[in-house]
Design a protein around this ligand. Structure first.
Ligand SMILES: [Zn+2]
Length: 340
């Protein structure tokens, strides 16, 4: 059975590919594909979107591609706010949506994990024909660390990810509904991986606070005492811009903001030693290959700080992560202050 991951246009492509890659690590009957972004220009970014509109995007995708079978799943990832502010929901036609924004107030780990968890649990819950809004006997109102916990409290979401479990009565219910036991097994393996990763990351965050990030006058970037090597002026300027400008990072669209452009010009000129770069050139340098730059920085940090990379690393579409104690790396910048 195929599962097609699609997304609305504002979702970072890297997030989709990370979700897909995490899911592809586990063999089983569910075969995951990441498809292209779907333009969603008819609605302003902040407008609340109805569930019907979200599911209709899935349906539109189905009707555009003959290869999609009725039993296949379409999972729409979207940053958009939805009418009931749910993180995910499904209809009865094998369509699901998962909200990709707002996770930072619920979990302390990379949103990749709850989103991936949501894809798999959503498919199983849809196969179980769970009534998410009603009084379904398979939904646990009091959290027991099962996939079908109602998760009324924030802490319950973390518990669910950390336990990565499906309780016996829910497994029994799934088998009674005729769900292939290999699908359940595949889901359990994904959940176990997420559980292992989130436990490890949480423990690590408790033990070790983030190191200070230093950007020197010439644009050398150090995490603690470790120099991030092999970055060019564009990469240095962009990373510093993210560090200085927003504790939560900057989305691609923010790069068009004039204040940010001025800051970037200041940093780029300083780090490259070039002056008098035109407005147009700055704009081009700034937005050119930003996703490549993210991958490059991510790669460097992942290799050097594999267990604490989440403190410093580029999130999908954002750069700096919020950490468990709202601690973010502090920047010491000596003798230079970009324009505000
Ligand atoms: Zn259960």
């Amino acid at each position: 059975m195929n599962v097609y991951l699609i997304s609305t246009s504002e979702v970072d492509k890297e997030l989709i590919s990370n979700v897909k890659n995490l899911l592809l690590g586990f063999e089983g009957p569910l075969s995951f594909h990441a498809e292209q972004h779907i333009e969603f220009n008819t609605m302003e970014e902040d407008r609340v979107v109805s569930w019907e509109a979200l599911f209709s995007i899935c349906e539109r995708y189905r009707s555009n591609y003959n290869s999609v079978k009725k039993e296949d799943y379409i999972v729409l990832l979207t940053d958009r706010k939805n009418e009931r502010s749910w993180f995910s929901a499904f209809d009865h036609k094998n369509n699901l949506f998962i909200k990709t924004s707002g996770w930072e107030t619920f979990v302390t780990i990379d949103r990749l994990y709850p989103i991936t968890y949501g894809v798999v649990s959503g498919i199983l819950q849809s196969m179980m024909q769970l009534d998410l809004s009603g009084d379904d006997k398979n939904i646990h109102k009091r959290s027991i660390g099962c996939m079908n916990d109602l998760c009324k409290e924030k802490i319950d979401v973390s518990l669910q990810l950390r336990t990565g479990d499906i309780c016996n009565s829910c497994i029994k219910a799934m088998l009674e509904k005729g769900i292939d036991k290999d699908i359940i097994w595949q889901a359990k393996k994904v959940f176990k991986q997420i559980s292992d990763d989130s436990r490890f990351l949480n423990n690590f965050i408790y033990e070790e606070p983030p190191k200070e990030v230093t950007v020197t006058e010439e644009g050398s970037i150090l995490i603690g005492d470790t120099l991030l090597k092999n970055l060019n002026a564009q990469q240095k300027a962009l990373y510093t811009l993210y560090l200085l400008s927003h504790p939560d990072g900057i989305k691609d669209i923010d790069l068009l903001d004039n204040k940010l452009k001025n800051k970037f010009r200041y940093l780029y000129q300083r780090f490259s030693g070039k002056n008098n770069i035109s407005e147009k050139q700055i704009k081009n340098i700034m937005v050119d290959r930003t996703s490549d730059i993210r991958s490059k920085i991510k790669d460097i940090i992942m290799k050097r700080f594999p267990s604490t990379h989440h403190f410093y690393n580029i999130k999908s579409g954002r750069l700096l992560s919020r950490t468990i104690n709202s601690q973010t790396p502090r920047i010491i910048h000596t003798n230079f202050i970009p324009p505000s």
